[in-house]
Design a protein around this ligand. Structure first.
Ligand code: HEC
Length: 291
């Protein structure tokens, strides 16, 4: 009788624990979402990214094209202050040759100092330098952009996102969908309308965008067909450039994505093998013992 009681309690404890675990797993996505688009903004669509999923990898040619779009278009207003030139040559990124990156860095000037006289000076950038920002400070940036601040783009794809809604968020738990930020960026860059819909009051100097919170944004549509001439001959449509620069900004935000996914997979594999071994070991140890 006592024994039975004991078994029942451990069973109900187990049930309670299982219930708790289920509830916390289901509640996870509520905690895990960054800033949400709101204020009448449309929900971005899920795009097909080469770096999504457990085995996701960056498309190196795409990263190179995205870098070109950033350099020729976005860098006029946006900095990339957390990205060092040297990383462009490292594994898991655009993987340019070190000579090409050196040549690229040479095109930039950075501030250094103070020198022996205590003065700051500018010099040609080296591999170890970071992309210089287009404006000396935030006030200068605002003054040139109708009062709005163009944010630094180094980690923008991690700072934005949207709720994917049921049932997607549930499956995302298993597939590890982490591309809402980059989906949003693509949507933003392709979401401009030349004229605001009738009845929509657009403030002076603002532009209509379906995906920006409040539907009006100070950034003018940055991309137009053939806006860049791709070094690899790819046709530079707005969608193509938006996709490439979004992928590139995913890499700047997470330069070790490939490494993380590879190690994650190895760890899971190890845990599964280890769990299997432990199962059979336990079974063997307890064989013949009445319990
Ligand atoms: C002429 C200047 C200019 C150019 C060129 C430009 N932007 Fe912007 N961008 C801005 C300004 C200004 C804002 C702030 C908008 C606001 O707050 O209304 C902004 C905001 C953004 C944001 C933040 C949106 C949000 O959700 O807050 C992203 C992302 C962005 N730009 C990406 C890009 C990319 C990628 C490019 C290149 C393809 C680019 N921008 C080119 C001026 C520019």
């Amino acid at each position: 009788m006592i024994k039975r009681n004991h078994m029942m309690t451990s069973k109900s404890v187990r049930k309670a624990l299982l219930g708790l675990a289920t509830v916390s797993v289901l509640a996870l996505p509520l905690l895990a979402h960054p800033a949400q688009a709101s204020g009448g903004a449309a929900t971005p669509h899920t795009q097909n990214w080469s770096f999504a999923g457990v085995f996701g990898r960056f498309d190196k040619a795409q990263l190179k094209r995205g870098l070109q779009v950033y350099r020729e278009v976005c860098s006029a207003c946006h900095g990339l202050k957390r990205v060092a030139f040297r990383t462009l040559a490292e594994p898991g990124g655009p993987e340019m040759s070190i000579e090409a990156v050196k040549a690229l860095a040479k095109e930039y000037e950075v501030q250094d100092g103070p020198d022996d006289e205590g003065e700051m000076y500018t010099r040609t950038a080296l591999l170890s330098d970071y992309f210089p920002s287009p404006y000396p400070n935030d006030n200068a940036a605002r003054a040139s952009n109708n009062g709005a601040l163009p944010p630094d783009l180094s980690i923008i794809t991690k700072a934005r996102g949207y709720l994917r809604g049921f049932p997607n968020w549930f499956f995302d738990l298993f597939t590890g969908y982490q591309e809402t930020g980059v989906d949003y960026l693509y949507a933003l860059l392709t979401g401009y309308e030349e004229e605001a819909p009738e009845g929509f009051v657009l403030n002076d100097g603002m532009n209509f965008n379906h995906y920006f919170s409040g539907n009006q944004i100070a950034m003018p549509a940055p991309l137009s067909d053939e806006g860049v001439e791709y070094a690899d001959g790819t046709k530079a449509t707005v969608k193509q450039m938006a996709k490439d620069v979004s992928a590139f900004l995913m890499w700047t935000a997470e330069p070790t994505l490939e490494q993380r996914k590879r190690i994650g997979f190895q760890v899971i594999l190890f845990i599964l093998l280890f769990a299997g071994m432990m199962y059979f070991t336990t079974k063997r140890l307890w064989r013949g013992v009445k319990h």
